[in-house]
Design a protein around this ligand. Structure first.
Ligand code: SF4
Length: 307
C-alpha cells in the first residue's frame, strides 16, 4: 500500500509554555552572564533537543550535587527540587537560580500550607493516588483533616474523575481553590479534543519523559484517533499513515517549534499538500526571570514614593 499524507492540521496552542520558556531563558542568561559551565540539576525540561542544545552551549546536567564543584552556578529544573536539595545547595554555597515553574511552586506551597495546617508536619502523611482504584485502597491515619493537590500536567478528565472518587470516599477533603493542572496542560488537551475528530492520526512532538506530551497522545487515542509521539522527525513511521491521511500535529509544553517545523517537512515529503493551523488564541502568560538575571532596568528598579 502507498502511504500518503494529504493534509496537516496544526493544533493551537501547542509547544512551549511560559514555565518552559522561562527555564530555558534562565540557563541561557546564566551562561551569558557567568560563562560556561553552568550546572543544571536534572533535565531542565523534559525534552531531548532542548537538553542537547544547552549542553552544546555549556550547560552540564547533573543529578547529585556532589558532582557540582565549589563556587559553581547551579540551576534547579522547571519541575522543582526537594527541600533537601535546596538545603544542601544553600549549605554548599552555590550561586543558585531556581527555574521551578511558578505554577509547580504554587502546588508545593499548597502542600506545605495544608500539611502544616492540618497535621503539623511536612515529611509524612502524604499519599500518592494515581487512579480511582488507588483511592479505594488508600489508608490515611485519619479522615477528618485531609487535603488534595494534583500534579500540574495530568489528564484533566482523569484528574476530575479521581478528585470525584476522593470526594465521595472522604467528603470532608479540602480541595484547592483553583485547580492545580496548569493553563498550558489544559489548553493543549482542549485543542486535542477539538482536533481529533477532524483528523485520522494525531502526532505529538515530545520526549518519552514528558508527562504532558504523553497525556496528549493518550487523549487522542481515548477519543478514538490513533495518537503517536515523536521525539524528532526521524521517529515518524510511514506505516502510521494510510493512503489518504489527514494528520493532526501538536507539541507538548517542552517541545520546541523547530521540531514541529522538521516534522512538517517530513510530512510534506510523505505527500502533505496543505498545512493549516486551527483557530485559537495564542497564550500570553509570561513569568518574570529570577532576580539577578532580569534585564538591568528591572533588577535595579527603585520605586520612590516621594516623587
Ligand atoms: Fe509550568 Fe504547566 Fe509549563 Fe509545567 S507545563 S512548566 S506547570 S506552565
Amino acid at each position: 500500500m502507498n502511504h500518503s499524507v494529504q493534509s496537516v492540521l496544526l493544533a493551537e496552542p501547542r509547544g512551549f509554555c511560559a514555565g518552559v520558556d522561562r527555564a530555558i531563558e534562565i540557563v541561557e542568561k546564566a551562561l551569558a552572564k557567568f560563562g560556561a559551565p553552568i550546572y543544571v540539576r536534572h533535565e531542565i525540561v523534559h525534552n531531548t533537543y532542548v537538553v542537547n542544545d544547552l549542553k552544546t552551549k555549556g550547560a552540564i546536567f547533573i543529578e547529585a550535587l556532589d558532582d557540582v564543584p565549589a563556587g559553581a552556578t547551579l540551576v534547579f529544573s522547571a519541575h522543582g527540587v526537594s527541600r533537601a536539595v535546596q538545603q544542601e545547595a544553600a549549605v554548599r554555597g552555590f550561586r543558585v537560580f531556581d527555574a521551578t515553574c511558578p505554577l509547580v511552586t504554587k502546588v508545593h506551597v499548597e502542600v506545605a500550607n495544608e500539611v502544616e495546617g492540618t497535621m503539623g508536619q511536612l515529611d509524612s502523611g502524604i499519599h500518592l493516588v494515581e487512579d480511582v482504584a488507588d483511592v479505594a485502597r488508600v489508608a490515611p491515619r485519619q479522615t477528618n483533616k485531609l487535603a488534595v493537590v494534583t500534579q500540574t500536567t495530568l489528564s484533566v478528565d482523569d484528574a476530575a474523575e479521581i478528585a470525584a472518587a476522593i470526594k465521595a470516599r472522604f467528603p470532608k477533603v479540602r480541595e484547592p481553590k483553583q485547580q492545580d493542572i496548569c493553563y498550558a496542560t489544559q489548553n493543549r488537551q482542549d485543542a486535542i479534543k477539538l482536533m481529533s475528530a477532524q483528523v485520522d492520526v494525531v502526532i505529538v512532538v515530545g520526549s518519552p519523559t514528558s508527562s504532558n506530551s504523553n497525556r496528549l497522545a493518550e487523549l487522542a487515542r481515548k477519543l478514538g484517533t490513533p495518537g503517536f509521539m515523536v521525539d524528532s522527525a526521524d521517529d515518524l513511521q510511514p506505516e502510521w499513515f494510510g493512503q489518504i491521511t489527514r494528520v493532526g500535529l501538536t507539541a507538548g509544553a517542552s517541545a520546541p517549534e523547530i521540531l514541529v517545523t522538521q516534522v512538517i517537512a517530513r510530512l510534506k515529503a510523505l505527500g502533505a499538500v496543505s498545512v493549516q493551523s486551527m483557530d485559537g488564541s495564542p497564550e500570553t502568560v509570561k513569568f518574570p526571570l529570577p532576580k539577578g538575571l532580569r534585564p538591568w532596568s528591572e533588577d535595579d528598579l527603585v520605586v520612590s514614593e516621594s516623587l
